[in-house]
Design a protein around this ligand. Structure first.
Ligand code: COA
Length: 455
């Protein structure tokens, strides 16, 4: 059970230090400052007090049960720390330290696994930046202190990229339920984490940055039994990239085509980039499944309407062209076009947009809506955002693409805050809707391959 990494009632940090230059100091400080409500114990061989807390020499000296131990001491001493923690009966250990399989010390890494098995605790890492779980206000990482709470769980095999993504998701206002650094995956595997997030009520979408899978079959099985969208950013597409991935975490990257084929089989969505992953994740975290294929574009700009049309076509999606599009006539000046893309013209104000949005929501044949906007003086973007928030009934998917200046940027942030996926380009809005269709397809594949295996 990996639950103790996310719901520990107490956490000990071995290698906690009063020196702000040390990773052990940063981890302890993050745990305290982010607002974790359980018990926290610094462990240090020569200090009695760290950051105002009593420090213990060993985990086994702590007088109450300890669920999670975060270890940030040099690799050579990690085995003895784990032995001591094992004797204490801890449930989970996250080993931050580097210096194992990734540098040719598979023997030392194996030793850690043996100790974990002997005492029955789970081991995350080694060679990781830690774990954060926002519903519990737990940030046991040496990344940034603040993690924006949300519904996306992020699993990262890369440390530095994972840490960078902690900061990036914060500025991009992407909410996370969790961030887990998996590093060398000596014990806790992708499969363990997929299984945990499968039943975690705080997580709707799982995003994984992956360089290599350790056990392909087990990973596929875990994906198959997972009811949630899984988006994978698989690095090492190129030959050189694959070699770099192998020296990074000490695992084999494998053929890229094999990965792509396997992902498809079990309905995993492959992202083209980190940004692409979160464009999709945002939509999958917030929006309902489209009931059918009929997409409607509402726009005040012919140009972005055409760009979006091209992008839909490139993604293999068609725009709706049924006779009831004529209903949009009511929501536009005479010179507007009710043919899809529905062009309510540069004269459009928030009232026209809301009328058009209502029409798209009411018509059963229209299954998904892309609302596009170019900043104009006659339609204040922030007013438009408030109008959308008031009008959208969340029954069919709606994505918003807005192009403009600072006010538009604020409008996008406001929409995202309100749970309406909004982007600063028509292409991203299209990709977001595309993700819903990919997942609809993927879910079917997952169910089919699941039932084939069980029959
Ligand atoms: N029990 C308790 N405390 C111990 C200890 C033990 N067995 N051994 C050492 N300590 C103390 C040290 O005295 C020190 O405290 P101090 O600052 O008060 O003296 C603290 O724990 C840290 O030990 P130190 O030897 O100073 O190590 P460090 O902080 O320089 O480095 C690591 C430790 C884990 C950060 C380093 O070895 C490492 O692996 N760095 C890479 C981490 C990384 O990049 N991970 C992957 C990220 S994706």
């Amino acid at each position: 059970m990996v639950r103790a990494f996310f719901y520990p009632e107490s956490v000990a940090v071995v290698g906690a230090s009063s020196n702000p230059q040390k990773i052990g100091y940063q981890i302890l400080k993050n745990i305290l400052d982010y607002g974790y409500r359980g018990k926290v114990f610094p462990v240090n061989i020569h200090e009695d007090e760290i950051l105002g807390l009593h420090a213990y020499r060993r985990v086994s000296d702590i007088p109450v049960p300890v669920d999670l131990v975060v270890v940030a001491v040099p690799a050579a001493v990690v085995p003895e720390v784990l032995e001591d923690a094992g004797k204490k009966g801890v449930k989970a250990v996250a080993v931050i330290s580097s210096g194992f399989k990734e540098v040719g010390r598979a023997d030392l890494e194996e030793r850690l696994v043996e100790i974990a098995r002997k005492y029955g605790f789970r081991l995350l890492g080694p060679n990781i930046f830690g774990v954060a779980y926002t519903p519990n206000r737990l940030n046991a990482t040496f990344g940034p202190r603040d993690v924006r709470p949300g519904k996306i769980a992020l699993i990262s095999q890369s440390g530095a990229l994972g840490i960078a993504l902690m900061g990036w998701t914060q500025t991009e206002e992407i909410g996370l339920s969790s961030i887990v650094s998996v590093g060398n995956k000596a014990d806790v595997s992708d499969e363990d984490l997929l299984d945990f997030f499968a039943t975690d009520d705080n997580t709707r979408v799982i995003v994984e940055y992956m360089e290599a899978v350790k056990d392909g079959r087990a990973f596929m099985d875990a994906a198959r039994r997972n009811p949630k969208p899984i988006i994978v950013i698989k690095a090492g597409r190129s030959k050189r990239g694959a070699q770099a991935a192998s020296s990074h975490t000490g695992s084999l990257a494998g053929s890229d085509l094999v990965y792509s084929g396997a992902f498809k089989q079990v309905g995993i969505i492959r992202a083209e980039s980190v940004r692409d992953a979160f464009v999709m994740a945002r939509a999958l975290a917030e929006l309902p499944e489209p009931a059918g294929d009929n997409i409607v574009i509402i726009t005040n700009g012919g140009g972005i309407g055409v760009l979006a049309t091209d992008a839909f076509e490139a993604r293999g999606l068609d725009l709706y062209s049924g006779p009831d599009l004529v209903a949009f006539k009511k929501a536009m000046p005479d010179f507007g076009s009710f043919k899809n893309p529905v062009d309510i013209t540069g004269m459009a104000d928030p009232v026209m947009y809301m009328d058009a949005l209502r029409i798209a929501q009411e018509h059963e044949n229209m299954h998904a809506i892309a609302l596009l906007y170019c900043e104009t003086a006659v339609c204040d973007p922030e007013e438009l955002a408030e109008g959308i928030i008031r009008t959208y009934n969340h029954k069919k998917p709606l994505v918003v693409g807005m192009v403009g200046g600072e006010k538009t940027e604020r409008a996008i942030a406001r929409l995202n805050e309100a749970g309406i996926p909004a982007y600063d380009s028509p292409e991203d809005a299209v990709r977001a809707l595309h993700a819903l269709y990919l997942w609809k397809e993927g879910k079917k594949k997952r169910q089919m391959s699941g039932s084939m295996r069980s029959s």
